[in-house]
Write a protein that binds this ligand. Sequence first.
Ligand code: PLP
Length: 224
Amino acid sequence: MDNALLERLETVREAIARACREAGRPEDAVALVAVSKTHDGEAILPVLEAGQRIFGENKVQEAKAKWPALRERFDDIELRLIGPLQSNKAGEAVALFDVIESVDREKIARELAKEMTKQGRRPRLYVQVNTGEEEQKAGIATTEAVDFVARCRDEHGLQIEGLMCIPPADDKPGPHFALLEKIAREAGVAKLSMGMSGDYEIAIGFGATSVRVGSAIFGARDYG
Ligand SMILES: *Cc1c(COP(=O)(O)O)cnc(C)c1O
């Protein structure tokens, strides 16, 4: 069982390296974020032992329940929040995560700034952009993203490292990745978190600097 897991991890690593080569980018230009949501510490451990250090979780409470114990065994883990953040969880998120990829509104920016000052911790930040303008999806509107990045900096003292998007499930992802890249350029932001199990190789062709891969590594999720 572990063997299948490690084979999948290796396959993903190789596919990332190949996509980088094909895009004429250095093989280390793209960071792999292993999305471990719904999987417990026991499932995550072999992936840590195989050298993977960057992980993504979409819920603050779930991450809080499993990562402190894993961090006692591996002190160089980088944990990323990739799911929507409620403002009343901003404090816990700042305490737990090294990167928060889901900054998408003024209130969150304000709460994060307050907590970062209070705790003296500065997780790196990404703004999530709703490239498909989907009503049910988190993320700032494409037309507001550049201004929002500037306001994070000028009004809240928050440096934004990159942008993140989740294209609509039924769309071709390429145009969404291209749009995110264009907005990032306009906003003066360097990093692009885009691409999941089904489309991370495509995202690398459009300039992704990190890809968030869950099921292609851990297998299908069981939400119970
Ligand atoms: C779950 C999730 C992923 C990983 O999805 P897979 O299709 O399993 O690779 C990536 N990004 C976000 C924001 C997610 O919630």
